[in-house]
Each structure stands twice: as structure tokens, then as C-alpha cells.
Design a binder for this molecule. Structure first.
Ligand code: NAP
Ligand code: HSE
Length: 428
């Protein structure tokens, strides 16, 4: 029997304690499946006196995660502290320099430093695994790097922030405005310490950039992700979109185009009857499209102790079995520097605006849209309020620049009340 695989666990919060529980509860199963035992030898967190609902008495304690990362009795360093600088980065670098394999749930760290860390690890013959960093319990990294390795990936899409999906679906089901549901999410403990990581699309953007690197063989380029959060989504838009057969999602899309790598994490309309449109609450969904396989839809819990620790342990067990893959599915030295596509692939747009209800108003708006080179697909006018007429328009495919051009022309019509709303309709 090979020697036990020894884990050093930095972080004893939601994910870290989940790992402690699986290693303890499933020791026999892990050994049966990997052919060796997996043990935790040392742990680190900030506050040693905190009650953590787990027996940590058998593990050495390190106050400094960097010291933990360098210990001789650690083979695999598990980083589940969070943050893309400070202890998480320093300890991960130290672990690699000391010849340890690394398993992390930290999407922020890899979105910012993934390429440099992968280069360092591969130069040392070490692996970095990060299944838990993207879509929690959904084994999407494994699907891309292994099961779909023989495909040219065409597109990666996903709802990868459970908090945003909770907010948007709760707004619709309860008919509540954004601010009220945001507050509800805060009280339920769903929001990150910095809520903008969730509702600003940053957390989901981190995840998308990691999937794009694997899918398209490029260096992680989080800075090139077009980001727009959900803070401006109103209950009116959610209801109008529903009336027209759509749902609003914070949707990530990455695809390689003739213009370069397109990466977007923005609110989009998707058809209500597509699995993405039907996704409720905090659940995540990733859609992968390959040239041979076609479209694959993966759905599951994107966060929480059990699902995230499950993903960490899948990585640990691969290392125990001797599975050693490059961090992003091909050697880091071969990853291309992506050119960021400046303009997104054209798509239909949903436009909502309020007009003065007088003769010729709609014609003036339609003319402005036509002058911007956009063709109208569908139009609706309903729910008049006094002299104001709400108008909904679905366009044929257009670029965001064309849509902005049309909107800039609306002001001169003299019939527009307030600001129009424009949301992309993603063809899924
Ligand atoms: P958490 O509950 O806040 O736990 C963080 C842990 O790290 C705590 O035990 C904390 O110590 C420890 N820590 C923080 N700074 C430290 C330092 N300087 N030195 C030593 N220990 C330190 O966080 P989490 O939810 O488990 O998330 C961990 C990582 O997993 C993050 O990167 C997160 O983005 C990622 N992730 C989380 C989830 C999820 O559902 N929670 C899902 C996917 C990915 P104390 O306990 O003493 O404060
Ligand atoms: N804040 C994240 C979410 C946690 O809501 O999905 C999991 O990464």
C-alpha cells in the first residue's frame, strides 16, 4: 500500500470544515477508490479558539499559512482562505516553491494570478487543481479538461453566481423590487463580504475567465471580461421580459471569434423554456458546446459546504490516484495570449422605454432605430398610464454600439420619457 497522501489545510471556514468532514466520514471509501489513505496532517486559520463544529485535535496547528505550506509532512496544500493577494497568494506560491501540489477553491486568486502560478507549478512538476473554484459542486473543470478534451470548444455559457440567480428569480416569484430582495439575500447570508463581488458580476467573471482559459487554450484574462452587474435590473423588466417569453439572467458567455476572444458576464434575456431560463434560486448552470459533442448542460449547487468540499475532494483524490494534468488542460507555456474582442457578437436586443402617448411618437422611435441600422422584430405597447405609453421592442440582431447609437437618437425625438433600457437577448 502506498504511503498516505498528507494534506495541509489552510482555511477552516465553510469549505475547509467541509473538507475535514469528508476526509473523516469517508476515509474508507477514499482509500478504496484511490488505493491509499488520505489524511490531514496540519491546518491553519486565524482564530485558534473558534468553535468549528469539527474535531481538529489530531492536526498540527500553524498560525501562518505560509509555514503550513512549507511543512515536510504536507504533500498537498489546500488553500480555502480566499482573497487574491495576501496569505492566499503567498502561501500558494510557497507551497509550489516547496514542491507541493495545490488544490484551491479560490477563483479570485486564479483569475488574477492563474497563469503565473501554473507556470511556477509546472516548472516544478507540480499540479494546481481548482474544481471548486467554478460552479461549486458541478464538475465542470473535469468535463472541459478530460471528458471534452477531444472537442474544439465553440462556446461556454453559464449562470455561475448563485446569489445573483437567487435575487433575480426571487424578484420574479415574489414580485419584489431589487433593493428589497438584495436586503433579504444579505440577511440570509448569501452575499460575499463585499457584495459587489456578487451583484457586480466580478465573482462570476472570475469563474468565466478560468473556463475560457481551458476552453480556448489561452492565458487567463480576467481583465478582458466585459462585466455588468444586476443592480440596474428592475422588476418591470423582469415582468415585461416574462410577458415576452424570456427570463433575465446574469449570464456568462465566452467564445473565440474571428475578432478575438469574447468574454462577457452581463444581464441577458434567455428563453423561458431553455434550461438556463428555468434555473431557479442559488443553483448554477454551465453550458458547454463542442464541435463533436454538441451542447452539454450541467446543473447543480454552486456553493455551500458540502458541494464545494465535494469538488475539493475530487481534486485531492485525483492527486492520490496519480492523475496529473496541467492546470489549464495544456502546458502553461503553450497557452496563447488572447486578443480581446472589442465588440460582442451581434444579438437581438430587448428595448423598453416610456413615450409620450401622442400621434407619431412610435414612428419617431422606429425611425431612430432604423437610422441606427437596426431592424425591429417585434413591438408591444401596453399598460398606458395617463399621457405615458410604455413600449417594448425586440430587435433583430444588432451590436451594442448600434443599439447605443439608436438610443442616442431617441432624445432628439422629443417623445421619450426617462431613460430607455436595453438588454441583450442571448441566443442559447
Ligand atoms: P470562510 O468561511 O470565510 O473561511 C475562510 C477561512 O480562512 C477561515 O477559517 C479563516 O480563519 C481563514 N483565513 C482567512 N484569512 C486567513 C489568514 N490570514 N491566515 C489563516 N487563515 C485565514 O470562506 P469559505 O466560504 O470557506 O471560502 C473559502 C474559499 O473558497 C474562497 O476562496 C471562496 O471564494 C471559495 N469558495 C467558497 C464557496 C462557498 O460556498 N463558501 C464556494 C466556492 C468557492 P478564521 O476562521 O479563523 O477566521
Ligand atoms: N458568492 C458565490 C455565489 C459563492 O453566490 O455563487 C460561490 O462561489
Amino acid at each position: 500500500m502506498p504511503a498516505p497522501l498528507r494534506l495541509g489545510l489552510a482555511g477552516l471556514g465553510t469549505v475547509g470544515i467541509g473538507v475535514v468532514k469528508i476526509v473523516h466520514d469517508h476515509a474508507a471509501l477514499i482509500e478504496a477508490r484511490t488505493g491509499r489513505s488520505v489524511v490531514i496532517t496540519a491546518v491553519s486559520a486565524r482564530d485558534r479558539s473558534k468553535n468549528r463544529d469539527a474535531d481538529l485535535s489530531g492536526f498540527a496547528w500553524e498560525t501562518d499559512p505560509v509555514a503550513l505550506a512549507k511543512r515536510d509532512d504536507v504533500d498537498v496544500f489546500i488553500e480555502v482562505m480566499g482573497g487574491h493577494e495576501g496569505p492566499a497568494r503567498l502561501a500558494t506560491e510557497a507551497a509550489i516553491a516547496s514542491g507541493k501540489d495545490v488544490v484551491t477553491a479560490n477563483k479570485a486568486l486564479l483569475a488574477h494570478h492563474g497563469h503565473a502560478l501554473a507556470l511556477a507549478a509546472e516548472a516544478k512538476g507540480r499540479v494546481i487543481r481548482f474544481e471548486a473554484a467554478v460552479a461549486g459542486g458541478i464538475p465542470v473543470i473535469k468535463a472541459l479538461t478530460e471528458g471534452l478534451a477531444g472537442n474544439q470548444i465553440k462556446r461556454v455559457m453559464g449562470v455561475m453566481n448563485g446569489t445573483c440567480n437567487y435575487i433575480l428569480t426571487r424578484m420574479q416569484s415574489a414580485g419584489l423590487p431589487y433593493d428589497q430582495v438584495f436586503e433579504e439575500a444579505r440577511q440570509l447570508g448569501y452575499l460575499e463580504a463585499d457584495p459587489n463581488l456578487d451583484v457586480g458580476g466580478i465573482d462570476a467573471g472570475h469563474k468565466l475567465s478560468l473556463l475560457a482559459a481551458i476552453a480556448f487554450g489561452t492565458k487567463v484574462s480576467f481583465d478582458a471580461v466585459e462585466l455588468e452587474g444586476i443592480g440596474a435590473i428592475s422588476i418591470d423588466d423582469i415582468n415585461h421580459a416574462a410577458d415576452m417569453g424570456y427570463r433575465i439572467k446574469l449570464l456568462g458567455v465566452a467564445q473565440m471569434t474571428g475578432r478575438g476572444l469574447e468574454q462577457r458576464m452581463t444581464p441577458c434575456l434567455v428563453p423561458a423554456d431553455h434550461p438556463l431560463g428555468q434555473l431557479q434560486g442559488g443553483t448554477n448552470m454551465v453550458v458547454l458546446e463542442g464541435d463533436s459533442v454538441g451542447q452539454i448542460v450541467m446543473r447543480g449547487p454552486g456553493a455551500g459546504m458540502g458541494p464545494t468540499a465535494s469538488a475539493v475532494m475530487g481534486d485531492v483524490m485525483d492527486i492520490a490516484r496519480g492523475v496529473r494534468l496541467p492546470t489549464f488542460g495544456q502546458p502553461a507555456t503553450t497557452l496563447a495570449s488572447p486578443i480581446a474582442a472589442k465588440v460582442a457578437t451581434p444579438a437581438p436586443y430587448y428595448l423598453r422605454m416610456t413615450l409620450l402617448d401622442k400621434p407619431g411618437a412610435l414612428a419617431k422611435i422606429a425611425t431612430a432605430i432604423g437610422e441606427a441600422g437596426i431592424s425591429i422584430d417585434r413591438m408591444r405597447q401596453y399598460g398606458h398610464q395617463g399621457i405615458h405609453a410604455p413600449v417594448l421592442i425586440v430587435t433583430h440582431k444588432a451590436t451594442r454600439d448600434d443599439v447605443n447609437n439608436a438610443i442616442s437618437r431617441f432624445a432628439a425625438t422629443g417623445v421619450l420619457v426617462g431613460d430607455p433600457v436595453a438588454i441583450r437577448i442571448e441566443e442559447v
